[in-house]
Design a protein around this ligand. Structure first.
Ligand SMILES: Cc1cc2nc3c(=O)[nH]c(=O)nc-3n(C[C@H](O)[C@H](O)[C@H](O)COP(=O)(O)OP(=O)(O)OC[C@H]3O[C@@H](n4cnc5c(N)ncnc54)[C@H](O)[C@@H]3O)c2cc1C
Length: 447
């Protein structure tokens, strides 16, 4: 058998997208995943009580996740994600008023402006205030396109301060920008730094007709990408081993081998696609050349996500998902409407959940239920059958001002490349960030 050209460590979006790109280009790849299953922080498990596949947390994509769609197309999974024809999001505001933000299919950013003008949740001043963001967003788009200049947002400034400085009204911040910050950054506007948020806005309002649209996985996450990626990589001559925690042995500025328990594997290149919190334990030997990287990774703070899954005796949501701004659980998804007959639960999502992650399962389930039936009183008629709480304490890295710098793809060690959502792609901790990092690592292997 031909020896491996590259070993990829970590089987989440980053590692699988790197491995798929490499095998497509003819490299012989071995992917090692520590856990018994692929998927990492975007995976699904079987609920023992109902037998349903439950995601570790609802994952949404955006139409501007271009590299993610490229990856899904490569592994033959494009049709497992539904992309809205244009942005459409139903909300119930804290007073219980139901409205829908719908952006007509016009060129960007006219579609958003037209959507905001029609959105009943806003008053005249709120709508007008949105126009003040047009100039900084255009400038940010120029910076992203050319790689020249600086984003018009300071790294020491929070999203909230940046929005206030740019004239955004309280109502618009509460109804749109805070839910978007929580969904895209997993941190509230008061905590996250402004440049990451501006980067998201600039991409969402990109030239593509569906860049700002929401894309919803139509199957549990494992089926949407982990299984198809595994099949694709194996069919293209690559090898995947799960339950294989790997250690990279480093001596000075060289990788001298990869170890999985007592087995030793040699390859000229290795892509380490593990999260920041697993980095230190992935290396052994004389790791002095990686000291700065390891100390930066060790200082990264995390932001949790809590999901309460609720089973009712009937459908209770009028739409596949609804934004509930101003609540602990800011979004609710009806898996019955999204997955079809194979699921019957709702997923209530609390992003930026540091304040509640330590609460008991009973308290979290009660809060999710109360918020749901208060927002949608018709749901009170349904009988709650079961609840299941999933805590992801290190769901994403913090984007608060003052976090350590994020690393690049290349390292001071020859043949050692990094991937993972926390690598510096300019994107927040997202699927797209992970895939961009994976593709960059794959490209760097060939350079
Ligand atoms: C609940 C939740 C909801 C989210 N919602 C969204 C969303 O709506 N939209 C969005 O875009 N993003 C969302 N995210 C973020 C997204 O899931 C992550 O950004 C992305 O999955 C990270 O992928 P990754 O490959 O970089 O890392 P991971 O998924 O963490 O993968 C790394 C893999 O490396 C493995 N590993 C670690 N150490 C070793 C070792 N020594 N040897 C072998 N393997 C090892 C791990 O087991 C893991 O499988 C969410 C995250 C969570 C947790």
């Amino acid at each position: 058998m031909r020896p491996f050209d590259v070993v990829v460590i970590g089987g989440g979006f980053a590692g699988l997208s790197a491995a798929a790109a490499l095998t497509s280009s003819g490299a012989r790849v071995l992917l090692l995943e520590a856990r018994p299953a692929l998927g990492g922080r975007a995976s699904a498990f079987v609920d023992p009580a109902t037998g349903e596949q439950v995601d570790n947390g609802q994952h949404l994509m955006l139409g501007c996740y271009h590299e993610t769609f490229e990856f899904l197309a490569r592994i033959g999974a494009s049709d497992l994600v539904h992309v809205q024809p244009s942005l459409e999001v139903p909300f119930v505001d804290p007073a219980g008023c139901q409205t829908t933000l719908w952006c007509p299919p016009l060129p960007s950013p006219l579609h958003l402006l037209a959507g905001l003008v029609e959105w009943d949740a806003l008053g005249f001043r709120d709508r007008m205030s949105a126009f003040s963001l047009a100039a900084p967003i255009r400038r940010a788009q120029r910076v992203l396109r050319t790689g020249k200049g600086r984003l018009p947002a300071s790294p020491g400034e929070t999203v909230e301060n940046w929005l206030i400085r740019n004239g955004q009204t309280r109502r618009l911040r509460d109804m749109l920008w805070e839910p978007l910050a929580l969904a895209a950054l997993n941190q509230s506007a008061q905590e996250a730094a402004a440049p990451a948020f501006l980067g998201v806005l600039a991409r969402m309002l990109g030239p593509g007709p569906t860049d700002s649209a929401v894309a919803v996985p139509l199957r549990p996450l494992t089926e949407v990408y982990a299984d198809p990626a595994c099949e694709f990589i194996r069919a293209s001559g690559g090898e995947i081993r799960v339950s294989s925690p790997a250690r990279v042995r480093v001596e000075g500025d060289r990788v001298t081998g990869i170890e999985v328990r007592s087995e030793r594997i040699d390859a000229p290149a290795v892509i380490v696609a593990v999260p920041w919190f697993a980095l230190a334990e992935t290396f052994v030997g004389q790791v002095g050349a990686l000291a700065d990287l390891l100390s930066a990774a060790g200082a990264v703070a995390a932001s949790p996500i809590v999901t309460v899954n609720l089973w009712f005796d009937r459908g209770v949501l009028p739409a596949p998902f609804i934004g509930l701004p101003g609540r602990t659980f800011q979004w609710v998804f009806d898996k019955r409407q999204v997955f079809g007959d194979s699921a019957s639960h709702l997923s209530c999502v609390s992003s930026g959940a540091a304040a509640v992650v330590a609460r008991s399962n009973e308290a979290l389930a009660a809060r999710a239920y109360d918020e749901l039936v208060t927002a949608l009183p018709a749901a009170r008629a349904a009988r709650l059958l079961r609840s299941l709480v999933v805590r992801e304490r290190r769901a994403t890295f913090s984007l608060a001002p003052g976090q350590p710098p994020r690393p690049g793809t290349r390292t001071p060690v020859r043949g050692l490349l990094l991937a993972g959502d926390w690598v510096d792609t300019g994107l927040p901790a997202t699927i797209e960030g992970a895939v961009v990092s994976g593709h960059r690592a794959a490209q760097s292997f060939f350079l």
